[in-house]
Design a protein around this ligand. Structure first.
Ligand code: ATP
Length: 210
């Protein structure tokens, strides 16, 4: 069955790093990929742009293609967005369809600090996306989980609904939203680090220029 992959993040703002790795994951897994902006990320400070502003940027970024779609359910929920709750909800909706949680290598390295992290594998597979320029230290318990669950081929991910881990070698792009916010705050114009659609309406990037 064609997997459903979920790529969460603050997307503050969405940039070409997110889009490239999500697109390539969709190809490698032959999956539908949903970009899911987080409301109150439990692990980090609040985004600079509001939920509505981040959704507007995502909509502009995703226009003109259908492989990557927006799923704003976490913004509609009160309180912190725990991934485990989102995956449980998706599992109830999708039946036995394979679900894949996509995480950049930096986000994955922090997994063992997440709420009920081991249970994530009861609901989904995990796809780890290579990311250059970030220091990653994985805990011993995370390494153990990787050793037990790792597969090198996508076939087992398509054959069962959850429980496996795959490392996806996507094109390394050393782009971060932090750097883009810094450039915009300094009055610079990071045109080619962001999808072209974000420049169509000057209001879209205004949260970072004020
Ligand atoms: P910030 O700089 O504000 O921390 P970010 O660029 O890391 O933001 P997030 O929205 O926090 O973006 O990331 C969402 C997901 O995208 C995470 O799993 C992260 O690891 C992944 N990601 C972001 N940028 C890249 C990239 N250039 N290559 C691979 N994965 C990425």
């Amino acid at each position: 069955m064609r997997p459903l992959a979920v790529f969460g993040g603050t997307f503050d703002p969405i940039h070409i790093g997110h889009l490239t790795v999500a697109w390539e994951a969709a190809e490698l897994l032959d999956a539908e990929v949903r970009l899911m902006p987080a409301n109150v990320p439990p692990h980090r400070s609040s985004p600079q742009a509001s939920p509505a502003e981040r959704v507007a940027m995502l909509r502009a970024a995703l226009a003109g293609q259908s492989r990557l779609v927006l799923d704003a359910r976490e913004l509609e929920r009160d309180g912190p967005s725990y991934t485990i709750d989102t995956l449980r909800e998706l599992r109830a909706e999708q039946g036995g369809r394979p679900l894949v949680l996509l995480l950049g290598a930096d986000a994955f390295a922090g997994l063992s600090t997440w709420n009920r992290w081991r249970e994530l594998f009861d609901f989904a597979h995990i796809g780890v996306l290579s990311r250059p320029g970030v220091q990653v230290m994985r805990s011993a318990e995370l390494e153990q989980e990787v050793a037990a669950r790792r597969v090198d081929d996508v076939a087992p991910l398509r054959a069962q609904p959850c429980g496996k881990l795959i490392e996806l070698a996507v094109t390394p792009l050393e782009v971060s939203a932090t750097r883009i916010r810094e450039l915009l705050a300094a009055g610079r114009d990071p045109r080619y680090l962001l999808p072209a659609g974000l420049f169509d309406d000057p209001a879209l990037l205004a949260p970072y220029r004020r």
